[in-house]
Structure formats: structure tokens, C-alpha cells
Design a protein around this ligand. Structure first.
Ligand code: GCU
Length: 624
């Protein structure tokens, strides 16, 4: 990974070690250059049509014999200078693909395409004095290499997290071009690995923009309510360079709060202060405050603002406490797929539609599966008052004993937490889904739990576990036992079960009960069954809406009988594309477990869950 790190003089590991005792976050774990809160920064959008070269054999990257990187790859964006010149590619003459957007749903010929596409965008730019520029990529699935004006500036692995690279040195007055190589081939050592039950959408799936900042700027910040308090705010601000005694001001204009702090020699300013007038964020009252952070003067002045909610989230025995009060997480799982058009969701509009349906269900919680979703989803959840389970794609069976796979997973977790830690809606960081119970896996997952706690001690950590219904040891008769060893390391147990679909008949749930040796809250993170919208028949006919409706009736009755259940996120809000769903006329490459079809048709089961959530809310807030 090529990264031009900021001028700290000390390797992040050394001063991270020195400081980690001091801060709520260990600096060593922070991505060296990830600028957060780009949404509120001066940016130049590079969205829109990009020229695209489909390159299945990596001809533009590697020498055809050695397969080693060739120096005159497509990053050069070369043009023949004379009629004799042999240049066998031409971005200007190549068709375009829209950014943001996956390539699969933009051209039928690319629906199943899993290899390389080169993206090129030319733009004019005017460098400003005392100003640095970073190229910010919202997400590029899966592996990408970025070049500016012919120079390779950085690369990135992971299809669902944000990264940015400094390009100040590469940009010039007038015409410039950026070339981004994107490859979405699945790899055994990848995260995720070879098999997933979602479509492997490739490309520049989220915004690409240039971010302009002063020479020294506010690189990152974290401001949150101290757990267990209702009025104590705390946090830190990290400047882009390790300079001591820099004044940093935090303002909350609505509360007339203005506080100034000084950085230490690593460029970090920590703070805490209290205010009794603070209104806390909750699903019923999603209160957000405009927070301003400012530092420096004149050309070194930098100011960012953000909309931040303050709330605490804790566990106490079997209870999940939001702002100190027990709460039931009435949720639904969601994939980052665009309603109606399919393909990757990546707009505020998509977020409004998907989260709007969740609200219609009576949800106060959503599980964003199985990877970090775009920032629109999180900011919309902040505004709509939906608590969020955020997850990294450690999914099914990855290479547990491969150190680079672990580093990759840790990096994705770190980038996820770094981007979204100021989102009040996020209450749970999940380190994975349905991972097999082996020692190598449990050690791997424990390392991720530690990483997450090191980065953010204010949220709950979970994972979607499974009770292998075939594995009698976790059953005593009809009682299922959630005793996965990883449960000991989690704050909240997540569990996926498919009674009535992959296991037995819907009515089998009537006999099922659940227990766990852990005195912890349980979120049933997946349950459900498939139905083709509009297909009707007897409830004992699979894929009919009546089967799914019946399944939800039996499920909700079973769930009501689990004493330590504190949340549910059934699988899934909307039908979504999957390469594993091949049944003609029913699935047609769609997983049909949605409560809503991909065209927005609500299935009968939608109303069963809606009624159950209404009842749950009444129990929680009698007379509401
Ligand atoms: C699994 C998995 C999901 C999958 C679902 C299903 O539990 O976590 O990603 O789509 O089951 O089989 O529909």
C-alpha cells in the first residue's frame, strides 16, 4: 500500500505507543491520511461520466510475459505523438461509465464482469497558495490504484471504505487527469473472500472528489457523550501535523458553547466539558447539534462543522440501555442496493427510500449488512432517528490464519470506525457474520474486537453468530444454546437463525426455545424466508407470500418467548441481487427474502412485522 503519510517525523507506531495511554483512541491505529467529514469540506466533485477501458487481462498494468507491473501502463494516459507511434489504448475514444456507480448495472455486457476496469477523468485545476489537495474516493470495489498526471499516488484494498491520497505535488495549473485502476476479482485471502450471497458490484461505487485543505488542517475529530453521563462531552481533535500548542476551538452555537484547547506535541488536543442543557439523541428525538471546530489564522486557518447527536449506549446484564434507559431494537437488515434500479445504492435519495421503508415498519434500528454502507445512509439514519449496526465484510469462511487477511480486515474496521465515529445513529460495530467456530477464527475475531475497542470505547461490539442447527452439541432437545466462544468477547450477542426456511417448517419455531451461558443481550440478527412478491397460494407452498407471512407469525411468537432478546433485524428489508439465487421465474439472481420487492411492493409479511413492532413499542412506551 503506497501512502504519502503526513509529516510526523515519528513513525505512527512509535508515537502511537507513547500516547495510546492518554487518549480514548490509540493514534497508532488511525489511518495515516484519512481525512474525515469531507462532506463539510471545500471539495471539487469529479463525479459524472469517466472514460472507461475494460481490461480483463490487466494489459494496462502488467507486462504480458512477466505479469510484473509495466512502467508505461495506462496510468500514463498516453497519446500517439506521431502516426508511427504504437499506443493500443485511448481513453478519450473509450465509452464512459458514470461515477458514482457500479459497472455491472450500467452495461449488460458487464453484469457478470469480475476483473479490471480503468477509469480516466480529465479536469482543469488551479492550485491555490498555502493549499494542499487530496483525492478522496468514497469507495472502489475491490482493489484500486490511483494515478494523477501519470504518477501513481496510492492504492487501496477493500470495496466499502473510504480512502484519500495527497496529490498536491502531482496537480498542475490547467489540464490534469486522474486514472484509477479498479479490479473486483474475488480472492481466497480477500475480505470478503470467494463466496458471498450478494452481487460483487465493481467500480467507483461512491463519490470521487478533490478535497482542498490548508497546509495544517483538522484531519480528524471525535466528540461524544461520555458513557454513563447525560451532560459530559469528551473527545479529541487531531491536526494534520505533530505540532504542539496549536489552539483549537470547539463551538456548539445553539448552546453558546465555545471552548479552546491546545494540541500536544503529536498535534492532538483532547477535551471534555459538560452542559446540563444538552438534549440527547434518540429515535424518538433525533436531536443533532451543529458543531464547529476551528484552528489557525489567516492562510493557516481551518474550520469544519458537522451535525452531531449525543447519546450513550451501554449494556447492563440482558438490557441494552440508550441514554440510560432499557430499549428494544426494532430493526431490519438492509443491503446497500438501490431500490427499483438495483446496483449499488449511493445517494441521499436511495437512503431516504430504504430507511423510509424501515420507518414504515415501525423500526428504530437497522442492520447495515454485511459491509460499511455509504455515508448518506448513516447521515440519514442520524436525521431519521434510526440506530445502526455497522459491519465489516468478515463473512463466512475467510483465511483466518493469513496475517495479510487479518491486516486487511483490521484496516477495513479502522477505516469504517474512522469515517463514522461521529454518527450518533451507530450504536454497534460488528466484526463479522456467520463465521465458523474454530480456534483460528476465534483468535482472528478477538483481535478485531480488540481493535474496535481500541478505536472506540463508547459503542457496543457484536458479531452475527450462528447456532449450527445440525450440530447437536448446541441443542438440548428443542432448546438452542448460543455458546459460541466469541460470545465472551462481545457486548451484544448477534445470532442468525432460519427456522422455517433452511431448517424445518415455520411452525417448528413454536417448539423452539433459546438460552445462552452469557449474561448478555441478544439481537436476532437474521431470520426470515423467501417469497416472490405477488405469488400467492397455501402457506405450505414455498416462495408464496403466505409461506413468508406464516413464517413471520411463528417467528415473532417464538422471539417473544426469549427472555434475553433485546433486538431483531430480520433478513431482509428488500429483495437483492445474488449470484447464488438461480431459480427461474422466482429468484432470477435475486434473493427474495425481502419484506419489500426490489420494485417496492410490500409483501404480506411486511405487515406482520409492522404489527409486532407496534405492539413492542406500545409495551415500551405505554400511552405513546
Ligand atoms: C445468511 C447470510 C446472508 C444471506 C442469508 C440467506 O445468513 O448472512 O448474507 O443472504 O443467510 O441465506 O438469505
Amino acid at each position: 500500500m503506497l501512502i504519502n503519510s503526513l509529516s510526523t517525523g515519528m513513525s505512527p507506531r512509535v508515537f502511537g505507543f507513547l500516547l495510546s495511554a492518554l487518549t480514548t483512541v490509540s493514534l497508532a491505529q488511525l489511518p495515516a491520511t484519512l481525512i474525515t467529514n469531507v462532506e463539510h469540506r471545500a471539495t471539487i466533485s469529479l463525479n459524472g461520466p469517466w472514460h472507461a477501458i475494460v481490461d480483463p487481462y490487466d494489459t494496462g498494468l502488467k507486462d504480458y510475459r512477466s505479469h510484473l507491473r509495466s512502467k508505461d501502463g495506462f496510468f500514463q494516459n498516453a497519446m500517439p505523438q506521431t502516426p508511427q507511434d504504437l499506443i493500443e489504448y485511448n481513453f478519450d475514444k473509450s465509452e464512459t461509465l458514470n461515477v458514482p456507480g457500479d459497472w455491472n448495472t450500467q452495461r449488460p455486457s458487464l453484469l457478470f464482469y469480475e476483473s479490471t476496469v480503468w477509469y480516466e477523468k480529465s479536469f482543469s485545476y488551479h492550485p491555490k497558495p498555502h493549499t494542499r489537495a487530496f483525492l478522496h474516493v468514497g469507495a472502489a470495489n475491490y482493489f484500486s490504484i490511483v494515478g494523477v498526471n501519470g504518477a501513481v499516488v496510492c492504492d487501496h484494498e477493500g470495496g466499502f471504505t473510504t480512502f484519500n491520497c495527497e496529490v498536491t505535488q502531482q496537480l498542475r495549473e490547467g489540464e490534469n487527469f486522474v486514472v484509477i485502476y479498479v479490479n473486483n476479482q474475488r480472492k481466497p485471502e480477500g475480505v470478503p473472500t470467494l463466496s458471498t450471497d450478494w452481487w460483487n458490484y465493481g467500480g467507483l461505487t461512491r463519490e470521487v472528489q478533490l478535497v482542498e485543505v490548508p497546509q495544517r488542517f483538522i484531519q480528524d475529530s471525535f466528540i461524544h457523550l461520555m458513557p454513563g453521563t447525560r451532560d459530559q462531552l469528551a473527545g479529541w481533535i487531531k491536526l494534520s501535523d505533530a505540532t504542539a500548542d496549536q489552539r483549537v476551538t470547539v463551538r456548539i452555537p445553539e448552546l453558546a458553547i465555545e471552548k479552546t484547547f491546545n494540541t500536544d506535541r503529536t498535534g492532538l488536543a483532547e477535551f471534555s466539558f459538560s452542559d446540563k442543557r444538552l438534549q440527547l439523541w434518540s429515535p424518538d428525538h433525533p436531536k443533532l447539534y451543529r458543531v464547529e471546530i476551528e484552528t489557525g489564522i489567516n492562510e493557516l486557518r481551518d474550520k469544519v462543522e458537522d451535525e452531531i447527536g449525543f447519546r450513550s449506549i451501554e449494556v447492563h446484564g440482558h438490557d441494552i440501555l440508550l441514554n440510560g434507559d432499557p430499549i428494544f431494537l426494532r430493526g431490519v437488515s438492509i443491503h446497500e442496493e438501490a431500490p427499483y434500479s438495483s446496483g449499488r445504492a449511493n445517494s441521499e435519495e436511495d437512503a431516504k427510500t430504504l430507511l423510509g421503508w424501515a420507518k414504515e415498519l415501525g423500526a428504530n434500528f437497522v442492520r447495515l449488512a454485511h459491509y460499511p454502507h455509504n455515508e448518506h445512509m448513516l447521515r440519514m439514519a442520524d436525521r431519521l432517528g434510526l440506530m445502526v449496526w455497522s459491519e465489516i465484510p468478515v463473512y463466512w469462511d475467510i483465511k483466518w490464519d493469513n496475517p495479510s487477511t487479518l491486516a486487511n480486515a483490521q484496516n477495513q474496521l479502522t477505516e469504517n470506525i474512522t469515517r463514522d465515529k461521529n454518527r450518533a445513529s451507530i450504536v454497534i460495530w460488528s466484526v463479522g457474520n456467520e463465521t465458523p467456530v474454530t480456534d483460528a477464527r476465534t483468535n482472528f475475531m478477538r483481535t478485531l474486537v480488540k481493535t474496535a475497542r481500541g478505536l472506540d470505547s463508547t459503542r457496543l461490539i457484536s458479531a452475527a453468530l450462528q447456532v449450527q442447527h445440525t450440530n447437536a452439541q448446541h441443542r438440548d432437545g428443542t432448546t438452542r444454546i448460543i455458546d459460541d466462544p466469541l460470545g465472551a468477547d462481545l457486548d451484544v450477542l448477534g445470532c442468525n437463525e432460519y427456522i422455517g426456511w433452511y431448517e424445518g417448517k415455520p411452525e417448528d419455531a413454536d417448539k423452539a426455545s433459546w438460552k445462552s451461558p452469557y449474561n448478555k443481550p441478544l439481537i436476532m440478527s437474521e431470520f426470515g424466508g423467501s417469497a416472490r412478491a405477488g405469488l400467492h397460494g397455501n402457506p405450505d407452498v414455498r416462495f408464496t407470500e403466505e409461506w413468508q407471512e406464516d413464517l413471520y407469525k411463528h417467528q415473532t411468537a417464538m422471539l417473544d418467548r426469549i427472555p434475553f432478546l433485546r433486538g431483531t433485524s430480520p433478513w431482509i428489508l428488500m429483495d437483492f441481487r445474488s449470484p447464488r439465487r438461480l431459480l427461474p421465474g422466482i429468484q432470477d439472481f435475486y434473493n427474495r427474502k425481502g419484506l419489500v420487492s426490489d420494485q417496492g411492493a410490500k409483501k404480506k409479511a411486511f405487515y406482520i412485522l409492522k404489527k409486532w413492532y407496534e405492539m413492542k413499542e406500545m409495551v415500551e412506551h405505554p400511552g405513546h
